[in-house]
Design a binder for this molecule. Sequence first.
Ligand SMILES: NC(=O)c1ccc[n+]([C@@H]2O[C@H](COP(=O)([O-])OP(=O)(O)OC[C@H]3O[C@@H](n4cnc5c(N)ncnc54)[C@H](O)[C@@H]3O)[C@@H](O)[C@H]2O)c1
Ligand SMILES: [Zn+2]
Ligand SMILES: [Zn+2]
Length: 382
Amino acid sequence: MKALVYNGPRNVSVKNVPDAEIKQPTDVLVRITSTNICGSDLHMYEGRTSVENGKILGHENLGEVVEVGGAVRQVKVGDRVCLPFNVSCGFCKNCERGLTGACLTMNPGTAGAAYGYAEMGPYEGGQAELLRVPYGDFNCLLLPEDAAEKEDDYVMLADIFPTGYYATDLADIQPGESVVIYGSGPVGLMAAYSASLRGASKIMIVDRHPDRLALAELMGAIPIDDSKGLPVEQVMDLTNGEGADKGCECVGYQAHDQDGHEHPNITMNNLVRSVRPTGALGVVGVFVPEDPRSSDELQKNGQIAFDFGLFWSKGQRMGTGQANVKAYNRYLCDLIASGKAKPSFIVSHRLSLEEAATAYQHFDAREKGWTKVILKPNGLAH
Ligand SMILES: NC(=O)c1ccc[n+]([C@@H]2O[C@H](COP(=O)([O-])OP(=O)(O)OC[C@H]3O[C@@H](n4cnc5c(N)ncnc54)[C@H](O)[C@@H]3O)[C@@H](O)[C@H]2O)c1
Ligand SMILES: [Zn+2]
Ligand SMILES: [Zn+2]
């Protein structure tokens, strides 16, 4: 089969590799029809993870079931399914409680597994023609009748829609509250969209890419361009000097200033400053335990200079981590099916797998108009 393979920093290519196949009776084999490139893939692409050469990338996957193992009961050949980026078992102490992003058995020694990702277990990714899905009955979300028609919406259920929603859940956004979101990439946009679904009265989103901020504005958020003034001051001006009720971090450890210089603590400290005392923070941007290639001395060891004193004295609280996609994907799916949510509004490109390497280049440069790319490994008709 053809698959997008990591060859080293800023070097990916489509290669012929052995077909993915059923290895356990609980596996399901999926022919991938849509698979997104994610901001998370860029941490690997830029050489800022320990991902090994030869890894097939891709954790935002949707497709058609072509084979099921002998112990699979619910999923059938021909079903259209969306796969959470988390690979989870369904029976460990964390999965039992819905915390599938921290599954304890699929990546022993740590918590949490994923397709095609550094440090997340031996699972290959879905930027390929075929994908092996472990524990298929647990991990496959069966899609409704209109799966083909709304494929570009449903594929967002693999990661960024539930992840954006998770940020708003960690921040405990209640109807009528105001929220500030750092990062207007796909995840930040989905957090803003989710905040709107949860009834937030004022959604402020900080970034410096006019095309991404324009998309945020389109869905009713207030764009804050941090190249035009300090973002904390802009939030204070918009909230009578109080700060937002709640805040979301959707950037992660490669946060930078307008000149591109990385400051891994910049969004976290801005968040603490621009959220009111007692406000909650949902941090879904990725931070890593070690980052030897960082130019920041603390960050090399996975540390940041965090304004903990201010965080503490403001009485704020914070939730972090990998999204537990399964806790949300079924209900977010129902919102799409009923026409109440349309997350595909952020999609800028639908491309063949052959175009993947160039797509990584453009998306990595955050070029104007490259907001979210869907690859179609089995033809653009999907
Ligand atoms: N927790 C999870 O389960 C989960 C899932 C998916 C993605 N993520 C992470 O979420 C983060 C965002 O993902 P994405 O796909 O939107 O990525 P992206 O890289 O496309 O978007 C990030 C955005 O942040 C902006 N940004 C950079 N520095 C900033 C700053 N100082 N202030 C404000 N904005 C700034 C960039 O301009 C960019 O538009 C990444 O770290 C990704 O790995 C986490
Ligand atoms: Zn992703
Ligand atoms: Zn588990």
